[in-house]
Design a protein around this ligand. Structure first.
Ligand code: KIV
Length: 272
Protein backbone atom coordinates (compact mmCIF):
# COMPACT_ATOMS: atom_id res chain seq x y z
CA UNK A 1 0.00 0.00 0.00
CA UNK A 2 1.11 3.55 -0.69
CA UNK A 3 4.43 3.11 -2.43
CA UNK A 4 4.93 6.88 -2.32
CA UNK A 5 4.12 7.33 1.37
CA UNK A 6 5.88 6.11 4.48
CA UNK A 7 2.90 6.55 6.81
CA UNK A 8 0.30 3.87 6.14
CA UNK A 9 -2.06 4.87 8.97
CA UNK A 10 -5.59 5.86 7.95
CA UNK A 11 -5.63 9.59 7.13
CA UNK A 12 -7.76 11.65 9.53
CA UNK A 13 -8.84 15.29 9.51
CA UNK A 14 -6.51 15.82 12.48
CA UNK A 15 -3.58 14.37 10.48
CA UNK A 16 -4.34 16.74 7.56
CA UNK A 17 -4.11 19.78 9.85
CA UNK A 18 -0.81 18.39 11.20
CA UNK A 19 0.43 18.02 7.61
CA UNK A 20 -0.23 21.72 7.03
CA UNK A 21 1.65 22.61 10.23
CA UNK A 22 4.57 20.43 9.11
CA UNK A 23 4.58 21.95 5.62
CA UNK A 24 3.72 18.59 4.00
CA UNK A 25 1.63 18.90 0.83
CA UNK A 26 -1.72 17.08 0.63
CA UNK A 27 -2.68 15.05 -2.47
CA UNK A 28 -6.38 14.70 -3.26
CA UNK A 29 -8.04 13.08 -6.29
CA UNK A 30 -11.59 12.13 -7.19
CA UNK A 31 -12.88 8.56 -7.56
CA UNK A 32 -16.40 7.31 -8.08
CA UNK A 33 -16.04 3.52 -8.31
CA UNK A 34 -14.44 0.58 -6.48
CA UNK A 35 -11.78 -0.36 -9.05
CA UNK A 36 -10.42 3.15 -9.52
CA UNK A 37 -10.52 3.95 -5.80
CA UNK A 38 -8.48 0.80 -5.03
CA UNK A 39 -5.72 2.00 -7.38
CA UNK A 40 -5.87 5.60 -6.14
CA UNK A 41 -5.73 4.55 -2.47
CA UNK A 42 -2.95 2.00 -2.94
CA UNK A 43 -0.86 4.64 -4.75
CA UNK A 44 -0.84 6.66 -1.53
CA UNK A 45 -3.49 9.36 -2.00
CA UNK A 46 -4.24 11.38 1.16
CA UNK A 47 -7.86 12.28 0.32
CA UNK A 48 -10.26 10.64 -2.14
CA UNK A 49 -13.09 12.94 -3.15
CA UNK A 50 -16.33 11.34 -4.26
CA UNK A 51 -17.05 14.50 -6.20
CA UNK A 52 -20.39 15.44 -7.66
CA UNK A 53 -18.31 15.67 -10.86
CA UNK A 54 -19.56 12.06 -11.06
CA UNK A 55 -22.53 13.77 -12.70
CA UNK A 56 -20.27 14.75 -15.62
CA UNK A 57 -17.70 11.93 -15.58
CA UNK A 58 -19.90 8.92 -14.81
CA UNK A 59 -23.30 9.99 -16.13
CA UNK A 60 -22.40 12.36 -18.99
CA UNK A 61 -24.41 15.32 -17.68
CA UNK A 62 -23.33 18.83 -18.74
CA UNK A 63 -23.36 20.11 -15.14
CA UNK A 64 -23.12 18.69 -11.62
CA UNK A 65 -26.70 19.74 -10.82
CA UNK A 66 -28.66 16.59 -11.80
CA UNK A 67 -26.85 14.06 -9.59
CA UNK A 68 -29.04 12.85 -6.72
CA UNK A 69 -28.41 11.99 -3.08
CA UNK A 70 -29.02 8.28 -3.80
CA UNK A 71 -26.53 8.35 -6.68
CA UNK A 72 -23.85 10.07 -4.55
CA UNK A 73 -24.39 7.49 -1.79
CA UNK A 74 -24.01 4.68 -4.37
CA UNK A 75 -20.66 6.10 -5.58
CA UNK A 76 -19.42 6.83 -2.05
CA UNK A 77 -20.22 3.28 -0.84
CA UNK A 78 -18.17 1.79 -3.69
CA UNK A 79 -15.21 4.10 -2.96
CA UNK A 80 -15.33 3.43 0.80
CA UNK A 81 -15.29 -0.35 0.19
CA UNK A 82 -12.06 0.07 -1.80
CA UNK A 83 -10.25 2.48 0.49
CA UNK A 84 -7.90 1.52 3.33
CA UNK A 85 -5.77 4.62 3.91
CA UNK A 86 -7.18 7.77 2.31
CA UNK A 87 -9.75 10.03 3.97
CA UNK A 88 -12.94 9.67 1.89
CA UNK A 89 -14.84 12.93 1.39
CA UNK A 90 -18.24 12.90 -0.32
CA UNK A 91 -19.83 15.93 -2.00
CA UNK A 92 -23.31 16.88 -0.86
CA UNK A 93 -25.18 17.21 -4.16
CA UNK A 94 -27.05 20.29 -5.34
CA UNK A 95 -30.38 20.81 -3.59
CA UNK A 96 -29.65 18.67 -0.54
CA UNK A 97 -28.33 21.42 1.78
CA UNK A 98 -29.38 24.79 0.34
CA UNK A 99 -33.02 24.80 1.53
CA UNK A 100 -32.46 24.99 5.30
CA UNK A 101 -30.07 23.69 8.00
CA UNK A 102 -32.47 20.97 9.21
CA UNK A 103 -32.81 19.46 5.74
CA UNK A 104 -29.03 19.84 5.27
CA UNK A 105 -28.14 17.96 8.45
CA UNK A 106 -30.75 15.25 7.73
CA UNK A 107 -29.23 14.61 4.30
CA UNK A 108 -25.68 14.81 5.71
CA UNK A 109 -26.50 12.17 8.31
CA UNK A 110 -28.00 9.94 5.60
CA UNK A 111 -24.81 10.09 3.51
CA UNK A 112 -22.63 9.29 6.54
CA UNK A 113 -24.87 6.44 7.77
CA UNK A 114 -25.32 4.75 4.40
CA UNK A 115 -21.95 5.30 2.71
CA UNK A 116 -19.60 5.17 5.74
CA UNK A 117 -17.50 7.97 4.21
CA UNK A 118 -15.32 10.08 6.51
CA UNK A 119 -16.41 13.65 5.72
CA UNK A 120 -18.58 15.83 3.50
CA UNK A 121 -17.91 18.77 1.17
CA UNK A 122 -20.36 21.63 0.62
CA UNK A 123 -20.11 24.55 -1.80
CA UNK A 124 -20.53 28.09 -0.47
CA UNK A 125 -19.62 30.50 2.32
CA UNK A 126 -21.64 32.78 4.61
CA UNK A 127 -24.93 31.89 2.90
CA UNK A 128 -24.69 28.24 4.06
CA UNK A 129 -22.80 28.80 7.34
CA UNK A 130 -25.75 27.86 9.61
CA UNK A 131 -26.09 24.56 7.75
CA UNK A 132 -22.33 23.93 7.96
CA UNK A 133 -22.47 24.56 11.73
CA UNK A 134 -25.42 22.21 12.20
CA UNK A 135 -23.66 19.43 10.25
CA UNK A 136 -20.51 19.99 12.33
CA UNK A 137 -22.65 19.95 15.51
CA UNK A 138 -23.84 16.48 14.45
CA UNK A 139 -20.21 15.36 14.56
CA UNK A 140 -19.66 15.29 10.81
CA UNK A 141 -16.39 16.78 9.46
CA UNK A 142 -16.98 19.38 6.74
CA UNK A 143 -14.73 20.61 3.93
CA UNK A 144 -15.70 23.96 2.40
CA UNK A 145 -15.54 24.81 -1.32
CA UNK A 146 -15.16 28.41 -2.57
CA UNK A 147 -14.29 30.20 -5.80
CA UNK A 148 -15.73 28.49 -8.86
CA UNK A 149 -18.49 26.44 -7.27
CA UNK A 150 -19.96 24.36 -10.13
CA UNK A 151 -23.36 23.92 -8.44
CA UNK A 152 -23.85 27.68 -9.00
CA UNK A 153 -22.85 27.61 -12.68
CA UNK A 154 -26.26 28.84 -13.79
CA UNK A 155 -25.84 31.92 -11.59
CA UNK A 156 -22.26 32.57 -12.74
CA UNK A 157 -23.12 31.90 -16.39
CA UNK A 158 -19.47 31.02 -17.14
CA UNK A 159 -16.67 28.70 -16.00
CA UNK A 160 -14.17 31.57 -16.02
CA UNK A 161 -11.71 32.36 -13.18
CA UNK A 162 -13.56 33.67 -10.09
CA UNK A 163 -12.68 36.44 -7.60
CA UNK A 164 -10.54 38.56 -9.92
CA UNK A 165 -12.53 41.64 -8.79
CA UNK A 166 -11.79 43.13 -5.37
CA UNK A 167 -15.31 42.74 -3.94
CA UNK A 168 -15.56 39.04 -4.85
CA UNK A 169 -12.01 38.43 -3.57
CA UNK A 170 -12.84 40.15 -0.24
CA UNK A 171 -15.99 38.03 0.12
CA UNK A 172 -14.00 34.87 -0.62
CA UNK A 173 -11.45 35.73 2.11
CA UNK A 174 -14.19 36.38 4.69
CA UNK A 175 -16.07 33.21 3.60
CA UNK A 176 -12.87 31.17 4.10
CA UNK A 177 -12.44 32.59 7.62
CA UNK A 178 -16.11 31.94 8.41
CA UNK A 179 -15.75 28.28 7.33
CA UNK A 180 -12.61 27.90 9.46
CA UNK A 181 -14.26 29.61 12.46
CA UNK A 182 -17.30 27.32 12.09
CA UNK A 183 -14.98 24.31 12.43
CA UNK A 184 -14.36 23.06 8.87
CA UNK A 185 -11.25 20.86 8.59
CA UNK A 186 -10.26 22.11 5.10
CA UNK A 187 -11.35 24.35 2.25
CA UNK A 188 -11.16 23.70 -1.49
CA UNK A 189 -10.46 26.78 -3.64
CA UNK A 190 -11.37 26.33 -7.30
CA UNK A 191 -10.16 28.44 -10.22
CA UNK A 192 -9.15 31.69 -8.50
CA UNK A 193 -6.00 33.85 -8.90
CA UNK A 194 -2.90 32.20 -7.39
CA UNK A 195 -2.08 35.31 -5.30
CA UNK A 196 -5.52 35.25 -3.65
CA UNK A 197 -5.23 31.52 -2.91
CA UNK A 198 -1.76 32.13 -1.43
CA UNK A 199 -3.22 34.81 0.86
CA UNK A 200 -6.04 32.52 2.07
CA UNK A 201 -3.56 29.65 2.57
CA UNK A 202 -1.30 31.81 4.74
CA UNK A 203 -4.20 33.24 6.78
CA UNK A 204 -5.98 29.93 7.57
CA UNK A 205 -4.83 27.28 10.05
CA UNK A 206 -6.80 24.56 8.22
CA UNK A 207 -5.50 23.10 4.93
CA UNK A 208 -6.40 24.85 1.69
CA UNK A 209 -6.68 22.48 -1.28
CA UNK A 210 -6.48 24.11 -4.70
CA UNK A 211 -7.74 23.25 -8.16
CA UNK A 212 -6.62 25.92 -10.59
CA UNK A 213 -5.58 28.04 -7.60
CA UNK A 214 -1.78 27.92 -7.88
CA UNK A 215 1.08 26.20 -6.12
CA UNK A 216 0.97 27.97 -2.75
CA UNK A 217 -2.06 25.95 -1.55
CA UNK A 218 -1.46 23.24 1.07
CA UNK A 219 -2.61 20.59 -1.38
CA UNK A 220 -4.05 19.97 -4.83
CA UNK A 221 -7.11 18.16 -6.17
CA UNK A 222 -7.90 17.02 -9.72
CA UNK A 223 -10.61 14.95 -11.37
CA UNK A 224 -9.19 11.46 -11.95
CA UNK A 225 -10.56 11.04 -15.49
CA UNK A 226 -9.01 14.37 -16.52
CA UNK A 227 -5.52 13.80 -15.08
CA UNK A 228 -5.39 10.29 -16.55
CA UNK A 229 -6.35 11.64 -19.98
CA UNK A 230 -9.55 9.61 -20.27
CA UNK A 231 -11.75 12.63 -20.91
CA UNK A 232 -11.35 14.63 -24.09
CA UNK A 233 -12.18 18.23 -25.00
CA UNK A 234 -11.60 19.58 -21.47
CA UNK A 235 -8.20 21.25 -21.22
CA UNK A 236 -8.17 24.13 -18.75
CA UNK A 237 -4.76 25.70 -18.11
CA UNK A 238 -4.52 24.15 -14.64
CA UNK A 239 -4.96 20.55 -15.82
CA UNK A 240 -1.79 18.45 -16.05
CA UNK A 241 -2.36 15.16 -17.87
CA UNK A 242 -0.28 12.35 -16.35
CA UNK A 243 -1.30 9.73 -18.91
CA UNK A 244 -3.13 9.37 -22.20
CA UNK A 245 -5.52 6.61 -21.19
CA UNK A 246 -7.92 7.60 -23.96
CA UNK A 247 -5.37 6.49 -26.58
CA UNK A 248 -4.21 3.45 -24.59
CA UNK A 249 -7.80 2.24 -24.04
CA UNK A 250 -8.87 2.96 -27.61
CA UNK A 251 -5.92 0.96 -28.96
CA UNK A 252 -6.49 -1.96 -26.57
CA UNK A 253 -10.22 -2.10 -27.32
CA UNK A 254 -9.51 -1.85 -31.06
CA UNK A 255 -7.07 -4.79 -30.78
CA UNK A 256 -9.72 -6.85 -28.95
CA UNK A 257 -12.29 -6.13 -31.68
CA UNK A 258 -9.76 -7.15 -34.37
CA UNK A 259 -8.88 -10.38 -32.50
CA UNK A 260 -12.54 -11.35 -31.97
CA UNK A 261 -13.45 -10.68 -35.58
CA UNK A 262 -10.40 -12.56 -36.97
CA UNK A 263 -11.02 -15.54 -34.66
CA UNK A 264 -7.60 -15.05 -33.00
CA UNK A 265 -9.28 -14.61 -29.58
CA UNK A 266 -9.73 -16.88 -27.71
CA UNK A 267 -6.91 -19.31 -28.57
CA UNK A 268 -6.48 -22.86 -27.23
CA UNK A 269 -4.86 -21.58 -24.00
CA UNK A 270 -7.78 -19.25 -23.35
CA UNK A 271 -10.49 -21.91 -23.28
CA UNK A 272 -11.56 -24.88 -21.09
O1 KIV B 1 -16.78 17.39 -7.79
C1 KIV B 1 -15.56 17.58 -7.89
O2 KIV B 1 -14.83 16.85 -8.58
C2 KIV B 1 -14.97 18.69 -7.15
C3 KIV B 1 -13.55 19.02 -7.41
C4 KIV B 1 -13.40 19.67 -8.73
C5 KIV B 1 -12.97 19.84 -6.34
O3 KIV B 1 -15.65 19.31 -6.38
Amino acid sequence: MGYLVEDNRKVTTHRLIQMKQEGKKIAMLTSYDYTTAQIVDAAGMDIILVGDSASNVMAGNVTTLPITLDQMIYHAKAVVRATKRALVVCDMPFGTYQVNPTEGVTNAIRIMKESHCDALKLEGGIEIIDTVKKILDAGIPVCGHLGLTPQSINKFGTYTVRAREEAEAAKLVSDAHALEDAGCFAVVLEKIPAALAARVTSELRIPVIGIGAGGACDGQVLVVADMLGMSQGFSPKFLRRYADLHSIMTEAIGNYITDVKSGDFPNENEQY
